[in-house]
Design a protein around this ligand. Structure first.
Ligand SMILES: C[S@@+](CC[C@H](N)C(=O)[O-])C[C@H]1O[C@@H](n2cnc3c(N)ncnc32)[C@H](O)[C@@H]1O
Length: 302
């Protein structure tokens, strides 16, 4: 990849992905794209490790600044920054997405056996531990330090799912008992997203107290075994959010085939094939039912 291509990548990230959500990252991307010396440092890294999110997360993980001193600090600490970038990958786990999954879960025959593929630390496996605040409606759910606000275009029944059993699968599960792994998740939340950071910390505390079982492995290789372990007297639900983009088209087709064949309900919350900005598409058993905000802040029933 040439220098100008890395520059374009940072400009694209700043002007599209971070635009409106992180003025700080937009400004830093503009500065990086104009700095040939810094672009040369990035270009010495393997191509997948030049991602803006990974760079910014690594600097914040090391308690570096993201203000105007970003470039000078990062250049001065480049060996440490690259060590973090090479050792780690971008990662998210967004409990907020439960606000868009929860109404679907609550209307299935109860109780539920939940299986999340691409579970990360498993924060979305605990929709029954969070409180829900749909716009214009009284909040409901348990008394919880995690309250999930969501704009919805319909009244959401004040009904919670009953979860009898839960488990997850991830290629690289996040171990919340490890403070460094928790700090890495925190470093990847953009600087302006203070609410998301507070929610992440509170959800990690809840889940850390009673960690779910998360099987390490590829979802295609492991999901069938896990489904076989779910209790028979519960509705088995396999769900995933923001995961399928990591799979090849062939692996996505294989997974969809497995979901259609197994005796499960299947909830998918993923970027649609025809991308439209920052919305995800929510499907139940392969049928689109809603469009959702990427962090669970919006639920638009179709
Ligand atoms: C963007 S995170 C989303 C995490 C969580 N679903 C959420 O909504 O907060 C994607 C997760 O999928 C996992 N993943 C990617 N490819 C996978 C695969 N083939 N099998 C299992 N997990 C995978 C990654 O390790 C990562 O934890």
């Amino acid at each position: 990849m040439s220098e100008s291509t890395t520059a374009e990548r940072y400009l694209r990230f700043g002007r599209i992905a971070a635009q409106g959500s992180s003025p700080t990252y937009t400004a830093r991307c503009e500065e990086i794209a104009k700095n040939p010396d810094f672009l040369a440092l990035l270009d010495a890294l393997p191509e997948p490790k030049r991602q803006p999110n990974l760079l910014f997360g690594a600097v914040r993980f090391l308690d570096g600044p993201v203000d105007e001193s970003f470039l000078s600090w990062t250049t001065a600490h480049w060996a440490g920054v690259t060590a973090v970038m090479l050792a780690r990958s971008t990662q998210t786990n967004e409990a907020g997405r439960c606000a868009t999954l929860m109404p679907l879960l609550a209307r299935l025959p109860q109780p539920l056996a939940l299986i999340e593929v691409g579970a990360s630390a498993g924060l979305c496996l605990f929709p029954d531990k969070y409180r829900y605040a749909y716009d214009g409606q009284p909040s409901f759910g348990p008394d919880s330090p995690v309250v999930l606000p969501c704009r919805a275009n319909a009244v959401i029944p004040r009904q919670m799912p009953q979860i009898a059993w839960r488990a997850g699968i991830d290629l690289n599960p996040v171990d919340l008992a490890d403070p460094e792994q928790r700090r890495w998740l925190e470093a990847l939340v953009w600087p302006e997203q203070g609410d998301r950071l507070a929610r992440l910390r509170a959800a990690m505390e809840i889940v850390r107290a009673d960690p779910p079982r998360i099987v390490r492995g590829d979802l295609n290789d492991t999901v069938e075994d896990l489904v076989a372990q779910a209790p028979e007297d519960a509705t088995t639900v396999v769900f995933h959010s923001a995961v399928l983009a990591y799979l090849t088209a062939a692996d996505r087709r294989r997974f969809a085939g497995t979901m259609r064949r197994l005796p499960v309900r299947w909830i998918s919350n993923e970027a649609p094939a025809v991308a439209d900005g920052k919305r995800l598409e929510l499907l139940l058993d392969g049928e689109p039912v809603a469009r959702t905000g990427s962090h669970g802040e919006l639920l638009e029933w179709i």
